[in-house]
Design a protein around this ligand. Structure first.
Ligand SMILES: NC(=O)c1ccc[n+]([C@@H]2O[C@H](COP(=O)([O-])OP(=O)(O)OC[C@H]3O[C@@H](n4cnc5c(N)ncnc54)[C@H](O)[C@@H]3O)[C@@H](O)[C@H]2O)c1
Length: 350
């Protein structure tokens, strides 16, 4: 299949590109190369005859149209987005432009391409979204997000992603565009940009710096290893039912404090310091509107498509910590990028 993957130079997109090429798909990676992008993530496939990179900003409708018309993919996997909640609090505008209008531009060009191709039933527009569109859950472990949970986004990031989900469904209902949607829980793993919680904790620990935990650390997230997410996405693309959405999660709920303590314990074993790394844990001002709990019920993707994650969170974290220990050149180069290493998303007064 010829796939156009948007956001393929990012964390999850690059995992999708690597796996898709490994499965023999031809891949066009469309990415604007924002601060969050890193083409080094694709070094293992960059010389493959199946791989091609095009630098396009999805906010530029004409450039999107030209790229989709020229490449004429069989399917589009749309991951390009502004993705950091803290940045969305400080500067929501670009989240609206990229996540909402960028998705609109892609939908319009995808629709035009699909029409020109004669409306093939096997064309796919796969929209990759987040569980954050569903809002925040109570502590009761029996309550989880399903595909029918009402939308209740609470940050500028999740509101922009919820809006884009609605656009994709509307283009399916109104124009018949063959879409699939996925809503996934928090990812972690190799190539995770060093502004997100898990890489921040690993790299601060190694540097002897405080390990910042927002609020009291009780916020719960459902963690999924990024390679398992990429596998789920390719499963939904190739086996998912048109018009259907699938929740993807690892059933690995951990509070932020438990997660950080686990990372510290792994580091204590792999790179022992003079004192346990957990002594560096520091509680800092909470994120405004910090959702208490996310948890995915992945029954649909398990039962209908037979997908399940390959690793537990402990196994995945051990792989991840080892990857950061082995790939210092990769993360050092990214630590100089704008905003990385500084606290974002706390100024809400204006
Ligand atoms: N990270 C998670 O835990 C998680 C969980 C569920 C869903 N998602 C979704 O998965 C997708 C990928 O997330 P990620 O963590 O890999 O993000 P990321 O920030 O690592 O990567 C995003 C990529 O999109 C590109 N991009 C941003 N704006 C663009 C624009 N205007 N035009 C073209 N390219 C642009 C960036 O250059 C970057 O390469 C996003 O849609 C996100 O909402 C992420």
């Amino acid at each position: 299949m010829k796939l156009l993957v948007t956001g393929g130079a990012g964390f999850i997109g690059s995992a999708v590109v690597r796996q898709a090429i490994g499965q023999g798909h031809e891949v066009i990676n469309l990415d604007a190369l924002t601060y969050a992008a890193c083409l080094d993530n694709l070094a293992s496939v960059a010389d493959s005859p199946l791989y091609r990179f095009v630098q396009v900003d999805i906010r530029d409708a004409a450039a999107v149209e030209a790229c989709i018309a020229e490449t004429a993919p069989d399917a589009i996997m749309h991951l390009a987005a502004e993705s950091h909640v803290d940045r969305s609090i400080d500067g929501p505008g670009v989240f609206m432009e990229t996540n909402i209008m960028g998705t609109y531009n892609l939908l319009q060009s995808a629709r035009a391409l699909w029409d020109r191709k004669g409306r093939p039933e096997d064309f796919r527009f796969h929209h990759i979204s987040t569980d954050e569109v569903f809002g925040s859950l109570p502590a009761d472990p029996s309550v989880k997000f399903t595909e029918t949970t009402p939308y209740d986004p609470r940050s500028p990031y999740s509101a922009s992603k919820a809006s884009s989900d609605h656009l994709v469904r509307a283009w399916a209902e109104t124009y018949g565009l063959p879409v699939v949607l996925t809503n996934c829980s928090n990812n972690y793993g190799p190539f995770h940009f060093p502004e997100k919680l898990i890489p921040v904790i690993i790299l601060n620990a190694l540097a002897g710096k405080p390990l910042p935990i927002y609020g009291d650390g009780s916020n719960v997230r459902d963690w999924l290893y990024v390679e398992d997410h990429a596998d789920a996405l390719l499963t939904v693309l190739t086996k998912g039912e048109v018009g259907r959405s699938y929740n993807i999660g690892g059933e690995n709920e951990r509070s932020n404090l438990e997660l950080v303590q686990t990372i510290c314990a792994i580091l204590d074993e792999k790179r022992p310091g003079s004192a346990p790394y957990a002594e560096q844990i520091t509680f800092v001002t909470d994120r405004p509107g910090h959702d208490a709990r996310y948890a995915i019920d992945p029954s649909r993707i398990r039962k209908e498509l037979g997908w399940r994650p390959s690793v537990t969170v402990e196994e995945g974290l051990a792989l991840t910590v080892q990857w950061y220990l082995d790939n210092e050149d990769w993360w050092r180069a990214l630590q100089n990028r704008e905003g990385v290493g500084t606290r974002l998303g706390v100024k809400v007064s204006q």
